[in-house]
Design a protein around this ligand. Structure first.
Ligand SMILES: [Zn+2]
Length: 442
């Protein structure tokens, strides 16, 4: 039995509005931060010397697909619809409970080693319980959704009748929602308008309302996709979702690149959240989301790395850096700043998820979701501007310790709960078998 973690001599970056970084100590007891600042350790504390390190809130990614992690480096140089139909959906259809577990565990390992402590993730249509089992067991904070698809997309048809799909969500909710003292949640995840009938989407809106579940979906990612939605419905993608009652403050929409002028206002007025995935958007040639314009309209924007199959990593440092740089390339410097993006990855994401009373800043009484970054490394030294060092320079190699709910999941740069020597060969073998089942990677 080790004592309470006591982090000493750190630069504390609390992410509270207007608070500058300051040197101090931080004490964790159980699941919570119990003291912070000029505080003393107690006898028996587990001492961490954090001189030269930044202690900050854990990073929050709001758009991921954990079960796609095994498909990393398998589908390159493709745009969204070909990538999805020819590779990703056949792979998802060939997944088993075991391959989903290995894929999710690989994702959690990478997320922890790169400082992410909370995820909002959209999974496949099947074997979602396997993802839930992994996130519960290994300690990440997660909101998990089963893909809802009732229209065939491509050849690998795993569309389900809406009744069955929704019944499955209820089963998942019954077993997993609120587990691990609220660390685990289930949500509704209609995949995208092209894979969902109008009646399924209306049903999702009703169930979300009645059951108080979040909605996590994709929209307006690719030009062709957006035009197909327009052809089928006569509306822009966001306008279409709004017409079915899907927008609102518990709705989280990945991408939002190809928007009509009126859709900026719809997103703002309804309090819907845009999940920005800059690397995946470039990788699939989808375009660049108009983030500064959305922010200036008052739209909530948070970040995610999407999936390892379209990124190819789940590294939030890379996402933050990319988010700033692509807007500089698009509009000139100064339209989206490093400090703003770091807020999107911490406090603003906690607010978007309505978890800001628990996480997103370092404060006494909040849950101990904490990352300790060692900036005394070649890629971040000298670190005169800490925000620049984190957003534009930091990488997984700077992550020294990670806590979720007070549970230490990374210690001295090593995972405490996951054995990579065992996991990485399993992942390679699992992909080989999956490729055979899916008729891919011959
Ligand atoms: Zn996605």
């Amino acid at each position: 039995m080790t004592g309470s973690p006591f982090l000493s001599g750190a630069t504390l970056l609390t992410m509270k509005p207007g608070e500058l970084p300051f040197v101090g100590n931080l004490r964790i007891e159980g699941r919570h931060i119990v003291a912070l600042g000029a505080v003393e350790s107690k006898a028996g504390d587990d001492l961490f010397d954090c001189h030269g390190c930044v202690v900050m809130p854990g990073l929050i990614q709001t758009h991921l697909h954990l079960s796609q992690t095994l498909f990393r480096n398998t589908a390159e140089n493709l745009s969204l619809l070909g990538w999805l139909k020819r590779h990703i959906l056949p792979f998802e259809a060939a997944h088993t409970l075991e391959s989903v577990a290995i894929s999710s565990q690989l994702a959690v390992a990478e997320l922890f080693l790169s400082g992410t402590t909370t995820v909002l993730t959209m999974e496949a249509a099947r074997h979602v319980e396997s993802v839930l089992e992994v996130v519960t067991r290994f300690g990440i904070r997660a909101v998990v959704g089963k893909s809802l698809v009732d229209k065939p997309v491509g050849d690998a048809d795993f569309s389900e009748p809406p009744d069955e799909a929704i019944a499955d969500v209820f089963r998942l909710k019954e077993t997993w929602h609120g587990r691990a003292q609220g660390r685990i949640e289930v949500c509704l995840a209609p995949r995208f308008a092209l894979g969902c009938s109008e009646s399924l989407l209306r049903r999702v809106a009703r169930v979300a309302d009645g059951e108080k579940l979040r909605i996590h979906t994709h929209a307006a990612e690719n030009y062709l996709e957006t035009e197909q939605v327009r052809y089928g419905t006569g509306r822009g993608n966001i306008e279409y979702l709004h017409s079915l009652g899907l927008l609102g403050s518990s709705t989280y929409i990945a991408h939002c690149i190809h928007l009509e002028p009126a859709e900026f206002d719809l997103l703002a007025e309804t309090g819907s959240h845009v999940l920005h995935c800059p690397t995946a958007n470039l990788k699939l040639g989808s375009g660049i989301a108009p983030i500064p314009e959305l922010v200036s309209k008052g739209v909530s924007v948070t970040l995610g790395s999407d999936g390892a199959a379209c990124n190819n990593v789940l590294d939030m440092f890379r996402e933050m850096n990319m988010a700033v740089l692509i807007q500089s390339g698009r509009l000139g410097v100064g339209h989206l700043g490093a400090a703003q993006v770091l807020e999107m990855a911490t406090r603003k994401a906690a607010e978007a998820l309505k978890k800001d009373k628990e996480i997103g800043t370092l404060e006494v009484g909040k849950l101990a979701d904490i990352v300790v970054l060692d900036l005394n490394r070649p890629n971040t030294c000298p670190s005169e501007n800490i925000i620049a060092a984190i957003v534009h320079g930091a990488a997984p190699q700077n992550v020294r310790h990670v806590f979720v709910d007070g549970w230490q999941v990374v210690r001295d740069g090593e995972l405490t709960e996951i054995d990579l020597k065992e996991l990485l060969p399993q992942a390679r073998e699992s992909l080989r078998e999956l490729g055979q089942r899916a008729g891919q990677l011959a």
